[in-house]
Design a protein around this ligand. Structure first.
Ligand code: ARG
Ligand code: ZN
Length: 894
C-alpha cells in the first residue's frame, strides 16, 4: 500500500505523558505502558484511538485502570483501536505486552547484539516495543523504569536524567529515567548491558555542567577517546557557529556491534554503529577517524535540528536530515581548517567539499536518474525505511547549502535563529524551514522570495545547466547565457503526460581567468570580484559582464554551488588550463575529473569500435603537473590525482557497459602508473612517515593518502620493485592507514603477493570485528575476487549475514565495488540469492542491497537481460518484505 504526503491528518489525541516499565530479558521482555491521552480540541466524541504494534504479544489492555474485555477493543493486523470515553476529558490507556529481543534479527525495535540489549526506533521501530501512536508529530514526556538481572545487565540506560537506581527484593535491579523534553517515540532508546565507559564534564556557554559519556564493549575503552574528543568539539562548535547549547545534563553515546545504519540521535542516548565510535592508530584508518568525527557531529547536531524541532511526518525527513548533514559537513570542514593559515585552511575545506561532492555524484546522481528517483521531500512511499536515501540526506544538504549561499553566512544564521524562534518544541514541515529562511531573503532582496527556490523540495531529477558565453573585444563585454532543463526522472518517463518541471532557482558561482590562467576580477554590484553568483530562476537567462579586458575562460560552479550537471562547450584546452590554473580548488579538481571522464569515454568507444584510442598526452601532462606541484597540499593532490571512481565511469555510459568501463579504467590507471613511474616514486619516497606519533590531522593524513595513491600507481604501472615496496610498507606500517593501503594495493594489482600479508592480517586481527571487516572488504572488492571466491569468504567461520557490518564488508562490497565480477551470469545469481537470504533476516538491509540493480534498464543488452532476470527472480520469491518489494517492483517498472 502506498502512503501519500497529501493524506496527512493530525492525530486526534494528545499524549502529554508516557510511563514505560520494562522487565528486560533477551528471550522475552515484558513492557507495561501507561499512556495519558487527551482529545485534541476539535476531536469529536467517539473518534477511535488507533495504536500501532508489530510482532508483539498482547497481554492486557486497560482503560483508566479497568481491564478491557476482548470486545471492547479491536486488534487487526497489529493495529489496536478502541473508542475512548466520550466526555472529552483525559483518559489513561494501560497496555501489557511481550516482545522477543533475541529472535529479532531485523535490528528494529528492541534487539540483542552480543550479550547486550539495544533499541532502534526510527522510523517505525517503536511499534515493535509496545503499542503506540508511532508517528513523529505525537510528542510526549517519557518516564522509563528498567528492571533486569544485574549480572547480565549491570548498566541500564534510557533517555534524559537518571532519577534513581536500586536493588529489588527478587535479586534484580532497576533504574528510573526521566526525559524532561517531550519527544516523538522514534527518539526513544534503551540500552542494557555490561560496558566500559569513559566520561568528561564540559561547561556549556551559559555555565551549566554537562556530563559526556561514551560506552563501548569491555576492553575497548582506549578506543573511544577520539569519539569523546569529537563529541566535545561538536558541543563547542554548535555553540560557536549556531549559538545552540546542549539542553541536557547528560549526553551518552553507546557503541553497538550490530546496527543497520551509521548511528541514531535518540534524545541524550545516541546509539552508534561501533564502526563510528571505535578508533586507535593501530586499528582505524585516517578516513575512519574523519568518519567518526562526522557521525558524532551529525547525531549531536540532531539534538537541535531533529529533536528540539522535529518532523511533522516522515515525508519531511529531509527537514532534519538534509539540514543536519549540512551542519556536519560544515563542522568537519571547520575542524579540518582549524589552526591552519588562510590559504591552507581554504585548501583543507576544499578537500572536504570535494569528498562530499564525490559522494553525491557517486550515490545520488544515479538515484536521481533511476526508478527510485524522488524529490528531497517525497510525495509517496510504500516503506519509509527505503527513503533514508542519498537524495533525502546528501541532495537535501545541497539544498540547504544553496540557501546558505543565497543568504550568506550571517543571513543563514539569522534564518536559523528565526526557525528556532518560530518552531522550537514542535513537529514541523520543510515549508516551515524555507519560510524562516525566506523571511531573511526577502529583507535582503526586497520584492523577491523563495517561491521558485521551493521547487527543489518538490522536483526529482538532476537539473542540467547549459552554459554558453561570447566575448566581444571591442566592447569588452562577456555575455553568459545559462539555460536549465530537467529530464523526467526515473519512472516519471513512464507517466503520461510526463510531469511538468518548471525552472528552479539555481545559484551558479562563476569566475573568469585569461588564457595565461590569470584571474580576471568581474565588476559586480559595485566592486571587482573574483567569484560572483548568478541566480538563475528562468528556463534561460543572459548576463552581460562589462569591462573584461581579455577573452575569458569560464570557471564554473565554483565550490559546487548547486547540485546540477553542467553542459558546456569548453574545449579540452580550456579544461586543461582550468586543471592547472583555476584558483578555485573545487573547480580545478572538477576540471581534472572532467578531462579524465572524457578520456575514459573515448577509450571505451575506441575499445568498442576497434579504434586506436585517445592519446594520453594531455592526461599525462595534467597528472604530472599536479604530482610535481608542491605548492598544493598532499591531501588536495591526492584528490586531483585520483581517477573518477569506476562506478561513475560506468554511470556515464550510454548504454552503461560495466565490463567495458572496468577495462578502460584499468587501462588508463596502468598508463598513468607506468608513464609517471618516476614522479610517483619520488612522491612516495618524499612522503615517508617522519617517525613522530600518529595524528589524524589533515596534514599528516593527507601525506598518507597521497603516499598510498603513489604506491597504488606504482603497482598498477608494474614498477619493478613495487611489490617489494608494498610488502615493506605492510611490514613496517605504524598505523592502519599504512597497512591497509599496502594490503589493498597488493590485492588490486599483485594478488599472488598478497597471500602472506593477508594471512598475517587475519592472524593479528581475527578478534577485532571492525578490523576483520577491512580484511573481508579488501578481498571482496579486489578484481581477482570471483563469485566463487566471494562464496569462499562467506563460508569462513568468521562470516555471518546477521551482522550488517560483515554483510556490508563482503556482500555489499562485492556487489557495489566489484563490477567486473558482479556483471557475470553467476554474479547476477549471487545478488538475487543474497537479497533473498538477507531479506529473511533483515528487510531494511536487504532492501539496500536490492538497490544495486536500480539502473539495470540503462545497461547494454546482455547485462540488462541478466539483471532483469535476477530482479524477476527476487520479485517472484514468496514472503518478500515490503521493503524489498517496493525497490524491486519499482526497478522492474522502469
Ligand atoms: N536518524 C538517523 C541518522 O542520523 C538514521 C536512522 C535511520 N534508521 C533506520 N533504521 N532507518 O541519520
Ligand atoms: Zn541524521
Amino acid at each position: 500500500p502506498t502512503i501519500f504526503r497529501q493524506d496527512y491528518a493530525p492525530y486526534p489525541y494528545r499524549l502529554p505523558q508516557v510511563r514505560l516499565e520494562f522487565d528486560l530479558a533477551a528471550d522475552s521482555t515484558q513492557v507495561r505502558s501507561e499512556l495519558r491521552f487527551e482529545p485534541a480540541p476539535d476531536t469529536a466524541p467517539g473518534t477511535p484511538l488507533v495504536l500501532q504494534g508489530e510482532d508483539l504479544e498482547l497481554v492486557e489492555v486497560r482503560l483508566d485502570g479497568r481491564p478491557l474485555s476482548a470486545d471492547e477493543y479491536r486488534l487487526d493486523d497489529g493495529i489496536l483501536s478502541l473508542i475512548p470515553p466520550g466526555h472529552g476529558k483525559p483518559f489513561t490507556i494501560g497496555i501489557v505486552s511481550l516482545c522477543r529481543p533475541a529472535e529479532n534479527t531485523t535490528l528494529m525495535g528492541l534487539y540483542v547484539s552480543g550479550d547486550k540489549l539495544f533499541t532502534q526506533c526510527e522510523a517505525q521501530g517503536f511499534r515493535r516495543i509496545t503499542w503506540f501512536p508511532d508517528r513523529p508529530d505525537v510528542m510526549a514526556r517519557f518516564e522509563v523504569l528498567l528492571r533486569a538481572d544485574p549480572a547480565a545487565y549491570p548498566q541500564l540506560l534510557s533517555n534524559g536524567n537518571l532519577i534513581e537506581q536500586a536493588g529489588l527484593p527478587d535479586g534484580r535491579h532497576q533504574a528510573l529515567w526521566r526525559d524532561p523534553h517531550p519527544k516523538p517515540c522514534y527518539l526513544f532508546a534503551l540500552v542494557a548491558g555490561d560496558f566500559d565507559c569513559i566520561e568528561r564534564t564540559e561547561t556549556t556557554r551559559s555555565g551549566r555542567e554537562v556530563l559526556l559519556q561514551v560506552y563501548s564493549d569491555k576492553g575497548y575503552r582506549e578506543q573511544t577517546r577520539w569519539a569523546l574528543d569529537c563529541l566535545a568539539n561538536a558541543l563547542r562548535w554548535d555553540e560557536r557557529r549556531f549559538g545552540l547549547e546542549l539542553d541536557l545534563d547528560r549526553f551518552m553515546v553507546v557503541a553497538a556491534r550490530d546496527f543497520n545504519m551509521g548511528a541514531m540521535e535518540n534524545k541524550g542516548l545516541n546509539i552508534f554503529n561501533a564502526a563510528y565510535v571505535l578508533a586507535d592508530p593501530a586499528t582505524a584508518t585516517d578516513a575512519a577517524y574523519r568518519g567518526i568525527e562526522a557521525v558524532i557531529g551529525h547525531e549531536y547536531f540532531h539534538n537541535w535540528t531533529g529533536n528540539r524541532v522535529t518532523c511533522r511526518d516522515w515525508f519531511q525527513l529531509s527537514l532534519k536530515e538534509g539540514l543536519t548533514v549540512f551542519r556536519d559537513q560544515e563542522f568537519s570542514a571547520d575542524m579540518l581548517a582549524e589552526g591552519l593559515p588562510p590559504a591552507e585552511a581554504a585548501s583543507a575545506r576544499a578537500v572536504k567539499r570535494i569528498d562530499d561532492v564525490h559522494t553525491l555524484r557517486l550515490a545520488q546522481f544515479p538515484e536521481d536518474a533511476g526508478p527510485m528517483a524522488h524529490p528531497i521531500r517525497p510525495d509517496s512511499y510504500q516503506e519509509i525505511g527505503n527513503f533514508y536515501t542519498a537524495t533525502v540526506y546528501e541532495k537535501g544538504a545541497e539544498v540547504i547549502r544553496m540557501q546558505h549561499t543565497l543568504l550568506g553566512e550571517a543571513g543563514f544564521r539569522a534564518g536559523m535563529d528565526e526557525y528556532f524562534r518560530r518552531h522550537d518544541g514542535r513537529a514541523v514541515t520543510c515549508d516551515d524551514f524555507v519560510d524562516a529562511m525566506e523571511s531573511v531573503y526577502a529583507q535582503q532582496h526586497p520584492g523577491q522570495d523563495f517561491s521558485v527556490f521551493r521547487r527543489w523540495y518538490a522536483q526529482a531529477g538532476t537539473p542540467r545547466v547549459r552554459v554558453r558565453s561570447t566575448y566581444d573585444p571591442a566592447t569588452r563585454a562577456c555575455r553568459i547565457t545559462l539555460e536549465q532543463h530537467c529530464a523526467p526522472a526515473g519512472l516519471e518517463a513512464r507517466q503520461s503526460p510526463p510531469p511538468e518541471k518548471p525552472p528552479l532557482h539555481i545559484p551558479v558561482s562563476i569566475g573568469l581567468i585569461d588564457a595565461e590562467g590569470t584571474p580576471m576580477p568581474i565588476p559586480w554590484e559595485g566592486e571587482p570580484r573574483d567569484t560572483i553568483v548568478l541566480e538563475l530562476r528562468e528556463a534561460s537567462r543572459t548576463w552581460t559582464l562589462a569591462d573584461i579586458p581579455r577573452a575569458p575562460v569560464l570557471s564554473l560552479l565554483r565550490g559546487f554551488s548547486a547540485p546540477v550537471i553542467l553542459e558546456t562547450d569548453r574545449s579540452e584546452a580550456d579544461l586543461a588550463l582550468l586543471a592547472r590554473r583555476d584558483p578555485d580548488p573545487f573547480a580545478r579538481w572538477d576540471a581534472v575529473q572532467e578531462t579524465a571522464h572524457r578520456h575514459l569515454q573515448a577509450r571505451i568507444e575506441a575499445d568498442r569500435d576497434g579504434g586506436p584510442g585517445p592519446a594520453p598526452g594531455m592526461l599525462l601532462d595534467i597528472w604530472r603537473a599536479a604530482l610535481e606541484n608542491e605548492q598544493l597540499s598532499p591531501a588536495y593532490r591526492a584528490r586531483l590525482l585520483a581517477l573518477p571512481a569506476v562506478r561513475e565511469v560506468i554511470d556515464r555510459g550510454e548504454p552503461m557497459d560495466p565490463r567495458a568501463a572496468v577495462a578502460a579504467w584499468t587501462h588508463i590507471r596502468k598508463t598513468l602508473g607506468a608513464r609517471l613511474a618516476d614522479p610517483w616514486r619520488a612522491t612516495y619516497d618524499d612522503l615517508a612517515d617522519d617517525g613522530g606519533p600518529y595524528s589524524p590531522d589533515p596534514v599528516a593524513s593527507g601525506r598518507r593518502a597521497l603516499r598510498n595513491l603513489a604506491l597504488d600507481n606504482l603497482l598498477a604501472g608494474q614498477a619493478p620493485d613495487a611489490v617489494e615496496l608494498a610488502l615493506a610498507q605492510y611490514r613496517q606500517a605504524r598505523n592502519m592507514t599504512e597497512s591497509l593501503g599496502a594490503l589493498t594495493a597488493l590485492l588490486q594489482h599483485a594478488p599472488q603477493a598478497a597471500a602472506d600479508p593477508l594471512a598475517d592480517f587475519h592472524a593479528r586481527w581475527r578478534d577485532n570485528p571492525l578490523v576483520l571487516d577491512r580484511w573481508f572488504g579488501a578481498q571482496a572488492s579486489a578484481p581477482g575476487c570471483t563469485v566463487a571466491a566471494v562464496r569462499a569468504l562467506m563460508a569462513l567461520p568468521d562470516f555471518s549475514l546477521r551482522n550488517p557490518n560483515r554483510a556490508r564488508a563482503v556482500v555489499f562490497r562485492f556487489c557495489l565495488d566489484n563490477p567486473g565480477n558482479l556483471h557475470t551470469p553467476e554474479g547476477y545469481d549471487f545478488w538475487a540469492e543474497q537479497v533473498l537470504a538477507l531479506d529473511a533476516l533483515n528487510p531494511e538491509v536487504a532492501a539496500r542491497l536490492s538497490r544495486a540493480f536500480d539502473n539495470w534498464a540503462r545497461h547494454e543488452p546482455v547485462a540488462r537481460a541478466g539483471m532483469q532476470a535476477a530482479l524477476r527472480r527476487v520479485l517472484d520469491a514468496p514472503d518478500l518484505s515490503r521493503n524489498v518489494r517496493e525497490i524491486v517492483s519499482k526497478a522492474l517498472a522502469a
